[in-house]
Structure formats: C-alpha cells, structure tokens
Design a protein around this ligand. Sequence first.
Ligand code: NAI
Length: 462
Amino acid sequence: MSQYDVIVIGSGPGGYVCAIRCAQLGLKTACVEGRATLGGTCLNVGCIPSKALLHATHMLHEAEHNFTKMGLKGKSPSVDWKEMLAYKDDVIGQNTKGIEFLFKKNKVDWIKGWATIPGAGKVKVGDETHEAKNIVIATGSQASSLPGVEIDEKVVVTSTGALDLPKVPKKMVVIGAGVIGLEMGSVYARLGAEVTVVEYLDQITPGMDGEVCKTFQRMLKKQGLNFIMGAAVQGVETLKTKAKVSYKLRKDDSEHMLDADVVLVATGRKPFTDGLGLDALGIGMEERGQIRTDTHWATNLKGVYAIGDAIAGPMLAHKAEDEGMAVAEVIAGKAGHVNYGVIPSVIYTHPEVAAVGKTEEQLKEEGRAFKVGKFSFMGNGRAKAVFAGDGFVKILADKQTDRILGAHIIGPAAGDLIHEICVAMEFGAAAQDLALTCHAHPTYSEAVREAALACGDGPIHA
Ligand code: NAI
C-alpha cells in the first residue's frame, strides 16, 4: 500500500495542474487516470483536437476565400481528411506526452486505472488501495443527451465522435447552438458539409452579450451555417448511416423533420462522477449532479476536495486549472483563491468571440449605472489588412467610477485580446487606465484601447 499526501483523481486540466502544483509545494502526489493518455477530455477529445481542426479548416477557408484577394492565385488545396485527422492526433499526442513529461519532472506518480474512494483517506485502483491524506476529485464532465436521442458516436455523435468521423458528412444537423455546436459546426461547414443548427432558444450562445450573439449569428450565416431557432428537438431516428431529426417550433408547436448523415448532440455537459462511490461515502451533491463544495473546494467528507466540471460553475478548462492550483495551495496550508468574477470565455470560431465579466443584460438586471465603450474593427488598420474588419470590442464600465465591469469582443484574436481586460479587471482598473496605456501600432489590441477611449472622451478612429 503506497501512501501519499495527495491523490488527485482525474488528469484533465483541473487534475493535472493540481497534481503538479501539489508536488511543487512539496507534497507527495499521485494522479489517477484510467484513460490510456493523460490530459482528460480537454487534451484528448475536446479543446485541443477541436482547435487543430478549427485551424486546419480555417486555413482552407482562407485559401478558398481570401487568397485571390491578396494576389495568391492557383487552385485551392483539396482536403485529405485522413491526413487532417492524423495531424489532429499528432497534436493530441504531443500535448498528452507533454503532461507525462511534466509529471516525471515534478515527481507526480501516475496511477493507471479508474479510482473509487472506499473511505476517507483511501483510493482504490484495481486491486490496490492507496492511502492519501487528501483526495482531490477532478473527474470532469461528460456529454449529456436528450430524451429520445441515443448516441452511437457514429451517426449520432457527441463532440468526441465529431472529432473522428470516418468522412466529412454531406448533411450535418447540430443540436444546440452553444460553444461545441458552433465550433464543430464551423469545422464541417468549412469542409463543405451542409450544416443546420437547431437551437431551443431564440438566441445562439445563451448567456453571452446579446449584441455579440446577433453579430455572431449573422457572421456564421454568412459562412454558410443554417439556423433553426426556437426549436425543441423531440427525437432522432437512426437508420444505419442516416438519421432523421424531429423538432417542434416553440412559436406554433408545428412539427418538422430534418435529414442528416451525422447528428451532433451539443446540448450541454454533466458532471462525471460515476464509479467513485460518492453515494456510499455520503458526499453532498447539488441537484444537477455536481459535487457540493465550500469556498475552499472541500466536500463534507474531511480531506476530500473537488474541482472543475465536477463542481458548480462554468465548465471551462481554465476555471478547473485555477481551482486546481488554488486547492493545492489550500492543502499545503496557503491561501488558495479564485476570482470567479474574472473568468474569460472564448469561442474559437472565426472570428473568435471572447467575454469576461458582466454582460449589458446582467448589468441592466442588476440596475447598475454603466457606460458602454464600443469600437468596430473596421477602424483598426491591422484588422482591415487581413479581412477581419467585421466585429467589435465593447467595454462596460461603471458610470461613476469608470471601473471596468465587463468586456465582449468579436473579431480577430478575440481570445487573446480579452486577457488585457482580464488583467485590468484583476487590478480593479478603470477604462481610463486602459485608454492611457500605450498600445503598439498596428495591432488588434488598439481596438481594445479605442473601446476604452470610447468610455471617456471618445475613440480616435471612429
Ligand atoms: P452549451 O450549454 O454551451 O449549449 C447547449 C445549447 O443547446 C444551448 O444553447 C441550449 O439552449 C441548446 N439545447 C438544449 N436542449 C435543446 C433541445 N432539446 N433542442 C435544441 N437545442 C437545445 O453546451 P455545449 O456546447 O454542449 O458545451 C458544453 C460545455 O462545454 C459548456 O459548458 C461549454 O462552456 C464547454 N465548452 C467550452 C468550450 C470553449 O470554451 N471554447 C469549447 C467546448 C465546450
């Protein structure tokens, strides 16, 4: 029986980051992972592979649509789907092996297999029981389906199956206009599939800033994605290599049917805690299946903590990472902290969409007096040079104090630009602080400064 200070269960971004930080803080640490490779959903079947396919298909889109505009003539590249998937798998391999290297470097033991917790301070993997003063559950989440929809990962797929389709479908129906639906829908639309997104609500990407959602949907439509909004999917009938998706329009209850070669179910994810034995331990759970924790990620069982998608909050890899680092510090007797008010979210479509802090809708609901500083990428020379003038930066600041309350970006490199605002918010900055900061020219970042200027005396290039 081996003894550890900490055993982390799960090696996704929450778990592996937590394990590494624990080891760095001098704790004898192991991480249990049942998958053949480390990195969890994010590295193996999520964030990383989807970004590889988004990048490859974006290159194709550029070649097909923008090359001739720059005097680059000749035939557009053809797609070798098997090779594109091999490129994606290679990217996965590099990343998962990277974690293995980091584990060795930091002396984190990888216990291979699926864990159960037979009692406080014990983790059982296969026939072996290990002792741990502290256990961190970082088991992540899994796709949740709909009643009447059976996933076979061939014709009816989750994001996992969508990353490994044997061929590019002619017709794809995406259920749910959330992050996964729009990222993977974009990939297949760029590859020539006829993509129809069926969404229950009247707006795509629920929870995002309303103005961004409208602009985003308009841009995606221009790229060839079809949308059926206000439609509740009733069921999917599978016929060997095809499927029929039935849905009901909410406005008039009329029933409709769509044919598809592949149906992607992207209606959200749910915590994955199967097999851990949490029931028998009496660990408190939230109504929606999340593990209940206190402000220090502790469950009601002494020495057992939980982080990431398995607990409440946005299901984002970086939120899990932050919690992983913070809980490691708590276990090591330090003051671990996560600022939940400054967690960015990014959609890696083209253009990218990024947000942090409050939306206009939230501020209105809270009755807060705020001002809006907005700047279009049309006024940004760098963006115009790369056909990326469509989109904007919007900064929301307190009307009296000028303190930044939120920011919403749709446009080139939005996922990177947002961090300037995250840092500003972390420091409690005012919009004027950003406006007074020199920004290099010509960069997309100038649009952020212009939006900050728009909160005050006004932008220069608008
Ligand atoms: P989501 O929660 O983002 O979106 C699900 C969508 O499905 C919603 O718009 C919802 O209204 C719709 N829906 C639900 N039931 C429906 C029905 N019966 N008929 C039609 N539409 C229906 O979920 P998604 O996209 O599956 O993502 C899961 C999680 O993974 C999210 O928490 C997301 O943040 C995370 N994720 C984050 C990424 C990123 O940060 N770039 C990338 C991929 C996933």
